[in-house]
Write a protein that binds this ligand. Structure first.
Ligand SMILES: Nc1ncnc2c1ncn2[C@@H]1O[C@H](COP(=O)(O)OP(=O)(O)O)[C@@H](O)[C@H]1O
Ligand SMILES: [Mg+2]
Length: 360
């Protein structure tokens, strides 16, 4: 799967741009502030309905405009698909896939699986469990069609349950919700667990290339003691939950544990090694998706030269090329990427003050 056309209107400093990307490596270069990251952000926005830079989606709309418009043609196994997204300053979002209005943003995500490797995403995985959970859930969502529904239900029931706890309801009132909670929690956990198992098999080889001689172990923790029956645990923890005003244990506390020997990866590895570990994880996810449902991810790699040394840049670009995925990679100096590739990039774009030109 690849983008064969991308139109961007009123997105950050890009008033209007049309790109005809190629399969393989697309190199986007330009000075600081020219709009390189904005192009990656636009692709991400089209797939996810939000930005990877700011949780304030209004900020991405060009300052002089009241709406942004993104449009892309996707080359899928079943043929071409056209997706469009319009976001208004009022907060309203309109999404169309092949002319049909789409209500759920998850439909977009399903159509356009995106992997991001940015300076921010490097640290994110080591800051807290939330982004690690999102990492697992990205894979679980794409791998298993049951996941999205189960997870939506977990969130719904959890909200109800926490509301009851804040109202200091008796456990007999909460127990009704717990039956549902347990059912969906177990469903979500099983899918996540299975996903991390499958990922682990692939990951070994990739970590071996990126971090030879480092023994990284990746494991899944479900968010409660796996030896305890979850329904019982919820009942036993009622007074604790009541005291804190929310549900202390459950699938909303799941995590991906990254360890080297007995230490958490972030204590055992250097900053550079951690970046390579993140690259390995992202590559593994993309590869697994291809194996599981025969779908390619689109990789957005921002500012690579400033993040990795030449040798590892080469290694990452080689791995990305080998996955067969479409890649968008940005740099200030195009030579820093071109010199790290075995073959020239499929296409090069130059960005200058929000204007994009293709280099013939
Ligand atoms: N909503 C907006 N409207 C207009 N310009 C914006 C908006 N948001 C950000 N910008 C500007 O867009 C420019 C491009 O930023 P960016 O894509 O990060 O550049 P690069 O990645 O090439 O360094 C920056 O100068 C920034 O100030
Ligand atoms: Mg940038």
């Amino acid at each position: 799967m690849s983008l064969t056309r991308l139109n961007i209107e009123a997105f950050r400093n890009i008033q209007s741009a049309q790109l005809i990307p190629a399969p393989g490596i697309n190199l986007i270069y330009g000075q600081n502030g020219s709009g390189k990251t904005s192009i990656l952000e636009a692709i991400y926005f089209l797939g996810m309905g939000r930005s990877f830079r700011s949780h304030l989606s209004q900020r991405v709309i060009n300052n002089d405009d009241d709406k942004l418009t993104l449009f892309a043609t996707l080359n899928l196994a079943r043929g071409d698909s056209k997706i469009g997204l319009r976001r208004f300053r009022s907060g309203e979002t309109e999404v169309r896939i092949d002319g049909e209005k789409v209500k759920r943003l998850s439909t977009l995500a399903e159509t356009l699986p995106i992997q991001v490797i940015t300076p921010e995403s490097f640290s994110l995985l080591f800051e807290g469990p939330k982004s690690r959970r999102q990492f697992i859930d990205w894979g679980a969502f794409h791998a298993d069609p049951q996941f999205y529904g189960a997870w939506t239900n977990v969130r719904r029931v959890l909200k109800q349950r926490n509301q009851l706890l804040r109202n200091r309801s008796a456990y007999s009132n909460i127990q009704f919700w717990d039956q549902e909670f347990v059912r969906y929690a177990e469903q979500v956990t099983e899918i996540r667990n299975h996903y991390v198992d499958s990922l682990n098999e692939l990951l070994k080889g990739i970590i071996g290339e990126f971090l030879p001689s480092v023994d990284v172990k990746v494991s899944f923790t479900r968010g409660w003691d796996s030896k305890t029956d979850f329904a019982e645990l919820l009942e036993n923890q009622y007074s604790r939950d009541l005291a804190t005003g929310h549900t202390v244990s459950g699938p909303h506390k799941a995590d991906l544990r990254l360890r080297v020997g007995t230490l958490p990866a972030q204590d055992a590895l250097s900053r550079g090694q951690l970046k390579l570990l993140v690259c390995a994880l992202r590559i593994a996810q993309g590869k697994l998706l291809k194996q599981q449902i025969d779908k390619h991810s689109i990789y957005l790699v921002d500012d690579l030269p400033s993040e990795l040394d030449a040798q590892h840049r080469q290694l990452l670009l080689k791995q990305l090329t080998d996955t067969g995925a479409q890649v968008f990679v940005t740099a200030i100096d195009p030579a820093a990427i071109v010199d790290s590739l075995h073959t020239p990039p499929s296409r090069m774009f130059h960005v200058e003050q929000g204007r994009v030109t293709v280099i013939e």
